[in-house]
Design a protein around this ligand. Structure first.
Ligand code: SF4
Length: 338
């Protein structure tokens, strides 16, 4: 397989005001339609060859966002531009063609593989759908891809149930890279695996990125995993982006109270070192009835009266470090929002 190296740094995906709302039914007691706002006004860019981590508690909308970007689920509103093409305007053949460049790795390596297909068939399927190749060419491509992800080619005719979780995730990765995509949405790709296997899969993803130059939108609830793999990070809460920054900035200088609380919960390897753990009270509110003003105000340890009244602006505090908070941890007092 010819592995093409891409230029790093140019935006290949632009997402503007993306929304994914579910429902729209009237309730028993009111004629007003109710929506579950899983993703509500999310904008970001993904650069070629980078890993953009997306982190947040389970239920914050990160997986829905990842799938909406690929149009695996239809967004409610927003713009998605991939390599200059408006994805929202594409359909049928054109969308299928673009999709060959945008792949996904799913969380559950057990559920994401068809148990009735051999490994060879699973990996060959995208090639058969997208390219007009002979059977022999497809077989060769599959065998090369199996080698690339560290799968023994003698397993070509075996079935998914014969493999361990880590190997199954390698099969999922092989299927995702066989068309040499530009973007892969990695949706919690290691959270179903043992910790020792997690490191192997993460290292494999990093090696593949170095060789093939694709960008990852890497979704995880695990801040240690996100720190290990990401170049930049988005923090999501209740369908909104509350902070985004480079990995270095986010971990050394979190601005949003929610990010600060998440980071305070990461275990420190040095037992003598102390860090105050911030416990967030209560559960994630329902996206069907999000809080007014700042969506985090019902759990925020720094909330003030204004927080429930006025939605904070998503402001850039330098170096692309953006945060949506009236009272963020900005070192410079003058930079604090009024
Ligand atoms: Fe907390 Fe207020 Fe900032 Fe929201 S705007 S994160 S409630 S301090």
């Amino acid at each position: 397989m010819e592995l093409e190296k891409k230029t790093l740094g140019e935006p290949i995906l632009k997402v503007v005001h993306l929304k994914k709302w579910f429902g729209g039914k009237s309730s028993l007691f009111s004629s007003k339609k109710e929506y579950i706002k899983a993703v509500d006004d999310v904008s970001f860019e993904l650069n070629a060859g980078e890993t953009l981590g997306v982190v947040g508690e389970s239920g914050c909308g990160k997986s829905t966002m990842g799938r909406s970007v690929l149009r695996l689920i239809e967004p409610t509103a927003g713009e998605i531009t991939f390599e200059g093409k408006d994805l929202m305007k594409l359909g049928g053949k054109e969308l299928r063609k673009v999709r060959s460049k945008m792949q996904i790795i799913f969380q559950d390596p057990y559920a994401s593989l068809n148990p009735r297909m051999t490994i060879g068939e699973v990996i060959a399927e995208p090639l058969e759908i997208q390219l007009h190749l002979s059977k022999e060419e497809i077989r060769n491509q599959v065998l090369k891809t199996m080698e690339t992800v560290g799968l023994n080619t003698k397993y070509y005719n075996r079935y998914p149930h014969e493999f361990s979780g880590g190997q199954r995730q390698r099969i999922g990765i092989a299927r995702a890279i066989v068309l040499q995509p530009d973007i892969i949405v990695c949706d919690e790709p290691v959270s179903a695996l043992d910790v020792s296997i997690q490191a192997q899969v993460i290292n494999l993803l990093r090696e593949l990125q170095k060789k093939m130059g694709m960008a990852y939108l890497f979704i995880s609830h695990d801040l240690s995993v996100i720190k290990h793999i990401s170049d930049r990070i988005i923090v999501m809460y209740l369908g909104h982006i509350v902070e985004t920054a480079t990995k270095e900035d986010l971990y050394s200088r979190p601005l949003h109270p929610y990010t600060t609380a998440l980071l305070s919960a990461i275990p420190i390897p040095d037992r003598k070192a102390k860090r105050e753990k911030i416990i967030l009270e209560g559960d994630l509110p329902s996206p069907a009835d999000p809080p007014s003003g700042c969506v985090f105000h019902t759990r925020c340890y720094r909330a003030q009266p204004i927080c429930s009244e006025k939605k904070p602006e998503f402001k850039d505090y330098g170096n692309g470090h953006c945060c949506a908070c009236h009272f963020c941890n900005c070192e410079n007092e003058e930079e604090k929002a009024e």
